[in-house]
Design a protein around this ligand. Structure first.
Ligand code: ADP
Ligand code: MG
Length: 477
């Protein structure tokens, strides 16, 4: 099936054999982790021994515990009160997720953590700096905002983690990372994680790491095993109804579905809701409370479908999620691997369906090249593949331009009529004309979407960006 991997003799490693603190072993047990994943087996001994680590591992391989466990182990018996470990990660969701993992793993230890990311107030995060939590988990932009203030210092950082480095590169965070490095002591231990190693990332590792232990490089871009991948060839304008059909026929109970643009995410979301499917959406234009709420609601089953754009594709950790649907073919093959990594994390298995229109065939072939095999094509019986679309997720560009032109012409005409009226001394009414002709018909698409009309603020968990102090108390599982 997959490109043959070099056979690996894996000695049977247990968490106990990694010499971790008993408090950590207890938490690991409570989390139900039977044994370390390969990346954990490989990385933890090096990290425990104080070496820098450069790890290239696919999504869902268990990287978070691979860096948190050795750091927690080293921080347990230390005096508290200064930030000793810094984890830099690309998105708010990842920061919140890592803090949750930390809280679970550190529950029987005195180690504290807090997260710092944009979209929420600076105040509680400032407190985390002032109280000096042990582990700070941050997105680059917001961290730099804090670093401008006198209360924020990273002078005492001994452990630095870069999580999803390639993602940060994609998001344009490389300059921020370099700036952050100026605030962190050069004498430190660095753990560096990236799913892929493009040139700029490799260069960054040379700047940041000293004689690192390199791990797992040979498996960089094959998806997690256990995923059943299939391609659904379908005309662009029929994608929404194909998706709806799959849901209605029970082909998938719940699904995380990725669209190419925010606009398409919004339209698909509305289409689903209109057709009686519980759904939410998560993308760059949504506020942090909205994102948190959507993700929590999807996790707890309130929503069957979570529509997302690529920006949030990594790091959403939904245990035993059944299905990922690529509503559009991801532009970059690496994105495909990351997205479908959302399923089949660690032990669970899941399906990944990709909808492919004729125009996207080329991109699909690139993906197949990267994963080293041809994906099976699936057509579903009784679906009318030649139907005329009743839903269009985007107004064709020509139509959109025509509509804008028409509107502008009308505005000009109205302005002129008004001016004429004024010139005529306001006496006689202007010749009557339709105030606003019926809008362009057809697709039912209007520009702009109503912001957060159904904003239910039922939030738990990471929210608020974490204040200082011992988080949580009891483990949430
Ligand atoms: P990555 O950062 O590599 O994408 P995560 O660290 O988020 O992956 O881990 C993916 C999932 O696997 C999480 O739900 C995590 O709780 C779980 N997990 C991590 N380590 C183990 C383990 N040793 N055994 C079982 N599940 C694990
Ligand atoms: Mg991760």
């Amino acid at each position: 099936m997959h490109r043959p991997l070099r056979p690996r003799i894996v000695p049977l490693t247990t968490f106990a054999s990694l010499d971790l603190h008993p408090g950590l072993l207890k938490a690991i047990k409570e989390l139900g982790f039977a044994r370390p994943t390969p990346i954990q087996t490989d990385a933890i001994p090096h990290a425990m021994a104080g070496r820098d680590v450069l790890a290239c591992a696919q999504t869902g391989s268990g990287k978070t515990a691979a860096f948190l466990l050795p750091i927690l182990h080293k921080l347990i018996d230390r005096p508290r009160g200064t930030i000793r470990a810094l984890v830099v990660t690309p998105t708010r969701e990842l920061a919140a997720q890592i803090l949750e993992d930390l809280e679970d793993l550190a529950v029987h230890t005195p180690v504290t953590g807090a997260s710092v990311f944009g979209g929420v107030g600076m105040g509680p995060q400032e407190r985390a700096f002032r109280s000096g939590v042990d582990v700070m988990i941050a997105t680059p932009g917001r961290l730099l905002d804090h670093l401008k203030a006198p209360y924020a210092s990273l002078d005492k950082v001994e452990y630095l983690v870069l999580d999803e480095a390639d993602r940060m590169l994609d998001m344009g965070f490389l300059p921020e990372i370099k700036k952050i490095l100026r605030y962190v002591p050069t004498k430190r231990q660095t753990l560096f994680f990236s799913a892929t190693m493009p040139g700029p990332i490799l260069a960054l590792t040379r700047d940041m790491l000293q004689n690192p232990a390199s791990i797992n490089l040979e498996r960089q871009s094959t998806p997690a095993t256990g995923i059943t991948q299939a391609v659904y060839p379908v005309a662009q304008e029929l994608k929404a109804s194909l998706f709806l059909t799959l849901l209605q026929r029970g082909e998938m109970e719940e699904a995380l579905v990725f669209t190419r643009t925010k606009h398409r995410a919004d339209r698909l979301f509305k289409f689903l809701v209109k057709n009686g499917i519980t759904a939410e959406r998560i993308h760059g234009n949504r506020s942090q409370p909205q994102r948190t709420q959507a993700l929590a609601g999807f996790k707890n089953g309130t929503y069957r479908v979570l529509v997302a754009t690529d920006i949030v594709a990594r790091g959403i950790d939904i245990t035993e999620l059944g299905h990922v649907v690529n509503f559009d073919v991801p532009m970059a093959p690496a994105d495909y691997v990351h997205r479908i990594g959302r399923t089949a994390r660690a032990a669970a298995t899941g399906d990944a369906f990709t909808f492919v229109s004729r125009e996207e065939e080329g991109e699909l072939r690139d993906i197949e090249k990267v994963i080293g095999r041809r994906l099976p094509r699936v057509t579903i019986p009784d679906f009318d593949y030649s139907a005329k679309a009743d839903t269009q997720l985007e107004v064709p560009i020509a139509e959109r331009i025509a509509a804008i032109r028409k509107q502008k012409a009308e505005e000009r005409a109205r302005a002129k009529a008004k001016a004429d009226r004024k010139a005529a001394g306001g006496g006689s009414p202007a010749p009557s004309r339709p105030a606003r002709p019926a809008s362009h018909g057809g697709s039912g698409t209007t520009a702009g979407s109503k912001p957060g009309s159904s904003q239910r603020r039922r939030r738990r968990g990471p929210g608020g960006g974490g204040g200082g102090g011992r988080p949580g108390g009891t483990p949430s599982k």
